[in-house]
Design a protein around this ligand. Structure first.
Ligand code: AMP
Ligand code: GLY
Length: 416
């Protein structure tokens, strides 16, 4: 079996590793990949989506796995192009990926299908946005488009709201677009992932990510400083409620709206005093949640994704370890405001009880790895108990060194 994975980050490294460990030992390819991913998957010598599709066709690729969201909505859309060429794709077509790409589309979908979510209204101008806020703080402002995780501001007061409104409407930091003004919800957050195949689904191990840069959940938002995953993260009753009130109506809503879906769907939820509510959908696995979840997935992920992409949800091909998994991100100096590249990474070869997924590294001189981006590595350990996974992951993370390394020390420990 020949599988091509699209993307280049820590999430894709984890996916490629899980696919490589599948019993069929598939032949793996990547686009664009990274130096670390290329150790497991051959790079494809193309420079865009159109040539990628032609290459897949010419090389009889059996399955395309969409790791990163941007390709799903670029041009005609990765999955749409695959479908036209008869290449099974694990990842939804462009029209369905609007659930992630447009916050307004997602909000209308949620309301239409009576799925619990925060109240919101959409604004096209600064004036409309101010009037939608109506002087009520805290408020949540969301740019209506892909903004690499930077398009959301939780504003405690008028001053911070005005600053974000200026970025959106005056500086047009993310380009032209509308803004969603949303009710601020409170409660712990949880990430639920489902593999969706038409009208069927399978829920993966729940996870929680740590978005703030510093311990105690302080500091600026980042792309994710770590994650914890376990079936025991939330109790049976709550998971059943999430399935009934959120997952099932979402899958039914996709069908009712004629939105085809085969791939992972990520439900970003807030567990409010009024019950679980959706704060966002992402049409892919989470990063860094994927790095935490993948080591808990046993069985044949490659066969599962291939069958799913062809319309057959083969639940029995995979199962989930009952234990815990903790993923600690190592970030480079200056992150998240800036990042530093070229610092030599030491200690990777001496790790026990940990998996290492590369997010921002490249091959340096003498076969050493060097930093190449903000989030550099994900260090992941599993264990039968939360404590065991926490201890192993932090111990391993502490052994990896590079100049200016930053990490949180409370990943997996701090509860929200
Ligand atoms: P998003 O990009 O939609 O995931 O939003 C990023 C983060 O902003 C979320 O993980 C939450 O921490 C926060 N957030 C988003 N929407 C809300 C909301 N309605 N109320 C409170 N916090 C929110
Ligand atoms: N962990 C957040 C995300 O993948 O969007």
């Amino acid at each position: 079996m020949k599988i091509l994975v699209v993307g280049k980050g820590g999430r894709e490294h984890a996916l490629v590793r899980a696919l490589a460990e599948s019993p069929g030992q598939p032949e793996l390819f990547c686009f664009p990949g990274s130096d670390a991913i290329r150790e497991l998957a051959k790079p494809v010598p193309v420079n865009g989506l159109t040539s990628l599709i032609a290459w897949m066709k010419a090389n009889a690729i059996d399955l395309c796995v969409a790791g990163e969201e941007s390709y799903l909505v670029t041009g005609e859309g990765l999955a749409n192009l695959c479908e036209r060429e008869g290449i099974p794709c694990w990842g939804p077509p462009k029209q369905s990926a609007q659930l992630e790409a447009s916050k307004e589309f997602a909000k209308e979908f949620l309301l239409r299908h009576h799925i619990p979510t925060a109240k919101a209204s959409a604004s096209g101008t600064l004036k409309e946005a101010r009037s939608a806020i109506g002087g009520v703080y805290p408020t949540v402002l969301k740019f209506d488009g892909l903004a690499a995780g930077k398009g959301v501001a939780v504003c405690p007061d008028a001053e911070s709201a005005e600053r974000f409104l200026h970025e959106i409407f005056v500086e047009q930091r993310f380009g032209e677009g509308r803004l969603l003004v949303e009710e601020c919800l409170v409660g712990p957050e949880v990430s639920i992932f489902a593999a969706i195949v038409d009208d069927r689904y399978q829920i993966f191990t729940p996870a929680r990510d740590y978005k703030r840069a510093r311990d105690g959940d302080e500091g600026p938002n980042t792309g994710g400083m770590g994650a914890v995953a376990s079936r025991k993260l939330i109790d049976e009753k709550l998971l059943a409620r999430i399935e009934q009130e959120i997952v099932q109506p979402t899958v039914a809503g996709l069908r009712a709206d004629g939105l085809p879906y085969r791939g992972f769907l990520y439900f970003g939820l807030m567990l409010t005093p009024d019950g679980p509510k959706v704060i966002e959908y992402n049409c892919r696995f989470g990063d860094p949640e994927c790095q935490a979840v993948m080591p808990l997935v046993k069985g044949d992920l490659a066969g599962f994704c291939l069958a799913g992409a062809k319309g057959d949800l083969q639940e029995s091909l995979i199962r989930f370890d009952e234990g815990w998994s903790v993923c600690v991100t190592l970030a480079s100096a200056g992150y998240p405001e800036t990042s530093r590249s070229g610092d030599v990474i030491k200690g990777l070869n001496d790790l026990h009880d940990a998996r290492v997924y590369h997010a921002g590294t490249k091959h340096g001189p003498d076969g050493l790895w060097v930093t190449n981006g903000g989030r550099v590595l994900s260090i992941v350990s599993t264990g039968g108990t939360r404590e065991m996974a926490v201890t192993r992951a932090h111990q391993a993370a502490g052994q990896v060194q590079f100049a200016g390394v930053q990490r949180r020390h409370d990943i997996g420990i701090l509860n929200f």
